[in-house]
Design a protein around this ligand. Structure first.
Ligand code: GAL
Length: 423
């Protein structure tokens, strides 16, 4: 985290943007923009919305969520709205490097007085505050902490393949994928839309390189051309050979569902999958941990929390600034976070949440995040340590790899993505 924090703070310091409140204080409405339309995430948002409406009876809540896992569609729509100076009143953005692009473009307001009025500085972990701070000013309100490095698996399929415990290293993982393929008719590793391959890539890099070397990849001037990165990408290529892509239209949910339905052995996905698996029907799948599915740290990453955080912003010239402030108050409150996160499959960003609400996998996540000496790595795909430019360039290189399966070309693409990252 320190590494990522230094990189982000350094880049923020170079940007030189000012503050000042803009927009009207209109509280008649609030348009909240996110990409939470699926089971679990939409349910979490609905729970916060209901609490918001109870507390703010005069403010109409407009849910402007746009479908598409990891914001693939929503972020494009948002970029054009911001460009055309038609911002929503508040939008979802990831803590870390992703926020930088909005700050550099002067698209969001600092929230220092909001933090002071609501005594928020003491409520959040210091290392998280660093990821949303630029030149001493704070720019967003984190609502949760997600874990990216989770391996979800079907215990029955592993048993059929003769696998007694989940893999602890990338080498063991590859051996297990091979066993599933040889001994069962099931998909070894399910994959969804293209971005889920990017998500897999960050997990393979972390698992193969280790936390320090993974974090070093996001420092300015990092070298992606090393044999160690080449080896990890070779492993990524081999692992991709055991994947079956669900229809892209079913996004990450289709791939995650394949595991709990017993069609696939493994899926690597963030813990929003937990909200989807365990949420009540008809939206959620109503599945049971340990019976229908199990979890483990993604191979080679035990002891490291590859984290990301969803946060909400105050766009410059928000049409209903008063409504936006009321929403930020909800999203930053202990009550709001404790309503949202158990459904979302994440743990609260605040330090004072009610631990007893976090059961099953979420109890594990809670304990891991708070474990003394836990190592932290930032999820590049979910905004922590890659600029939007680098993020897009990596996605392009991965997209080409899906076509040509050429590991050397993938590495060359990632080397140039890092060189041109603008960080
Ligand atoms: C992440 C986001 C999560 C979840 C996930 C799947 O980028 O931080 O909250 O929505 O995408 O869409």
């Amino acid at each position: 985290m320190a590494v990522a924090a230094v990189a982000v703070t350094g880049a923020l310091a170079a940007a030189g943007c000012g503050g000042g409140s803009t927009g009207s204080n209109d509280t008649s409405e609030v348009e909240v923009f996110s990409w939470w339309t699926g089971a679990g995430e939409a349910d979490g948002l609905a729970a916060m919305k209901a609490d918001f409406e109870k507390r703010n009876p005069g403010t109409k809540f407009t849910n402007a969520a746009i479908a598409g896992g990891s914001g693939t569609q929503a972020q494009a729509v948002l970029a054009s709205r911001l460009q055309n100076r038609k911002p929503p009143d508040s939008f979802q953005g990831h803590a870390g490097a992703e926020l930088l692009d909005y700050i550099k473009a002067g698209q969001i307001e600092p929230l220092d007085s909001f933090y002071d009025e609501n005594r928020l500085k003491a409520a959040y972990p210091e290392q998280l505050l660093q990821q949303i701070t630029y030149q001493g000013r704070i720019y967003s309100v984190p609502v949760n902490i997600h874990r990216s490095n989770v391996l979800w698996y079907n215990p029955g399929v592993l048993k059929d393949a003769g696998i007694s415990a989940p893999p602890k290293s990338i080498a063991e993982f590859i051996a297990d994928l091979k066993a599933v393929k040889a001994k069962t008719k099931k998909v070894p590793l399910s994959l969804g839309a293209q971005w889920t391959a990017d998500h897999l890539l960050e997990n393979v890099l972390l698992g193969d390189l280790g936390t320090d070397a993974y974090n070093a990849l996001w420092k300015p001037g990092a070298d992606w051309g090393t044999p160690a990165v080449g080896k990890a990408l070779g492993d990524f290529g081999e692992i991709m050979g055991y994947t079956t892509q669900e229809a892209a239209s079913t996004d990450w949910q289709g791939a995650a569902k394949a595991v709990v339905d017993g069609r696939a052995a493994f899926n690597i996905m963030g813990d929003w999958a937990y909200g989807y698996f365990t949420g009540n029907a008809p939206n959620g799948l109503g599945k049971k941990l340990d019976t229908d599915f199990k979890y483990a740290p993604s191979p080679g990453t035990d002891g490291t929390y590859m984290w990301l955080s969803d946060s909400f912003t105050l766009p410059r010239n928000a049409p209903h600034r008063g409504g936006a402030i009321a929403w930020l108050k909800e999203a930053s409150s202990k009550e709001g976070q404790d309503l949202f996160n158990p459904k979302k499959g994440s743990i609260p960003a605040r330090k004072d949440a009610d631990r007893t609400l976090y059961k099953g996998y979420l109890e594990y996540a809670f304990n891991e995040w708070n474990k003394p000496g836990v190592k932290l790595a930032g999820s590049f795909w979910h905004g922590v340590n890659a600029s939007k430019k680098q993020h897009t360039d990596i996605d392009t290189a991965v997209g080409l790899f899906l076509q040509n399966k050429d590991v050397a070309k993938l590495q060359a693409g990632l080397v140039s993505a890092a060189k041109n990252s603008g960080q």
